[in-house]
Design a protein around this ligand. Structure first.
Ligand code: CMX
Length: 443
């Protein structure tokens, strides 16, 4: 048993007994009530599941096992000479609820390197797809193609005890996470670099190896990749990618099937694809104005035009957050610390900043947008573009590589705690009308 798995077992086995007892003793206690609007409008604010790995607060943003992003940028182990956390560390934290030591992170990095071999047929499947296939579609197809490797599915077919589910889910999740950078880089090099591939370097950490296999060797890209793959990992359980993974997993679909479902949700423009949308939205603005830096008035007009056309302003708004996303702030800080130095500026990053200065007031003035502040996707593409990763339809794949850490850590917990199959109730509009009428009569 590897070091992390042993640690997880020490935590999960007693906790599963505790949760069982909690349900037995307090199962009938109420956690809240919900409204007609919540039922029609995406169940926002309804408590409907348990996610151990992170918790979102509308004002303060995301906390991973209680730690903010600012705290984690300081406390999580770094690569030698590095300044940003290694994503291995946040996976360890999410899974076992403790900050890892440098040795814990090195051990996990080695474990993923050991498990990182992708079966050939996955590359063959990708090679057969039309070149125009969106990178997110390719990514999801590759994960599905790799389902042949599921140890959980094979063990389940033979027959296993429920108590052992988490063990196989852990093994599948670790293998899947280990292989994702190789697959992502393969898609990138196939689509944009003429199919000339770069072999992995097992001495590099998970994020740096991804940058290396994509063809970026400079230290700053590896630094950005470590930050990027850390801040996108998780956003509690109700977001589309996390919920889809959890939901599909609740049918005891293995991690490959479950994570592919999460990726398909992440590929939507209101979720992860927004990072691609932001970049194309900014580039269109520049094109309309003939290049250079726009004025704030020109940006205001462009935002208003976007709204008048019945489109969303990508990178703005959130279903839970009601303040600037701390993941946006972390990227802004990265720009100021490492790019905007010695009088140097990056035009796209400057436009991101100018949009931030004018967009919230305009969005707020519509009177309907609940959160006029930027989310994580408002900034990420600008940083990638700065370092030459300009292929913006690939950006969501990077989000997906990162998101695997949160949703798969949660999936391991789901099986360890014996979470049941999800089956919420649904009603018809006729049923709701009758309910409203009955409530009015009583009043
Ligand atoms: N631009 C224009 N209109 C917006 C908007 C935006 N950025 N954000 C919300 N609205 C609109 C909604 O479309 C909705 O309009 P209708 O009543 O006409 O349907 C209204 O304002 C109320 O929406 P809300 O309650 O404020 O927001 P939701 O919880 O329904 O949706 C989100 C949240 C993120 C989908 C939405 O803000 C949005 O579409 N933003 C732009 C896309 C984006 O950046 N997504 C990435 C989110 C982060 C991530 O998951 O990666």
């Amino acid at each position: 048993m590897d070091r992390l798995k042993e640690k997880f077992a020490q935590k999960a086995v007693p906790m599963a007994a505790e949760v069982k007892a909690l349900i037995k003793e307090h199962g009938d206690k109420k956690l809240g009530e919900y409204t007609v609007a919540q039922v029609y409008q995406g169940m926002k604010g309804m408590i409907g599941m348990v996610t151990e790995t992170s918790k979102l607060d509308a004002e303060d943003g995301i906390r991973f096992r209680g730690y903010t992003i600012t705290e984690l940028r300081e406390k999580l182990p770094k690569a030698p000479g590095g300044t940003e956390p290694l994503p291995e560390g946040i996976f360890y934290l999410m899974l076992v609820g403790e900050l890892p030591s440098v040795e814990d992170v090195v051990s996990l990095s080695n474990e993923w390197a050991r498990r990182s071999i992708v079966p050939k047929h996955v590359f063959d499947v990708l090679d057969e797809l039309p070149a125009s296939t969106h990178p997110m579609t390719q990514f999801s197809i590759a994960v599905m193609a790799m389902q042949t490797e599921s140890l959980f599915a094979a063990a389940y077919a033979k027959g296993i005890n429920k108590k052992d589910y988490w063990d196989y889910i852990y093994e599948d999740s670790m293998n899947l996470i280990a292989r994702l950078p190789r697959i992502a880089a393969f898609i990138y090099r196939n689509k944009y670099k003429g199919g000339v591939h770069i072999e992995p370097d097992s001495k590099l950490d998970w994020a740096a190896n991804l940058a290396h296999m994509m063809g970026y060797e400079v230290f700053d890209v590896k630094r950005l990749m470590r930050l990027y793959l850390t801040i996108h990992v998780d956003h509690e359980g109700g977001n589309v990618s996390a919920h889809a993974t959890h939901l599909v997993g609740s049918a005891l679909s293995d991690p490959y099937l479950s994570f592919a479902a999460g990726l398909n949700g992440l590929a939507g423009p209101l979720h992860g694809l927004a990072n691609q949308e932001v970049l194309s939205w900014i580039l269109k603005l520049r094109e309309e104005l003939g290049g250079g830096l726009p004025s704030k008035e020109q940006i205001s007009d462009y935002i208003k035009k976007t709204l008048e056309a019945g489109k969303v302003v990508p990178g703005y708004g959130h279903a839970v957050l009601r303040k600037t996303d701390p993941r946006f702030a972390a990227q802004q800080d990265f720009y100021n610390r490492y790019i905007k130095v010695n009088g140097k500026v990056d035009d796209i990053c400057e436009i991101v900043q100018m949009v931030y200065e004018v967009a919230p007031a305009i969005l707020e003035s519509t009177g309907k947008i609940k959160n006029p502040w930027p989310n994580v996707d408002a900034h990420s593409g600008a940083l990638l573009t700065h370092y030459g990763i300009t292929e913006f339809d690939f950006y969501t794949v990077l989000f997906g590589v990162s998101r695997s850490l949160g949703v798969l850590a949660s999936l391991i917990w789901d099986r360890a705690l014996g979470s049941a199959i999800e089956r919420p109730n649904s009603v018809t509009t006729e049923w709701i009308k009758k309910k409203i009428a009955a409530t009015a009569t009583k009043a």
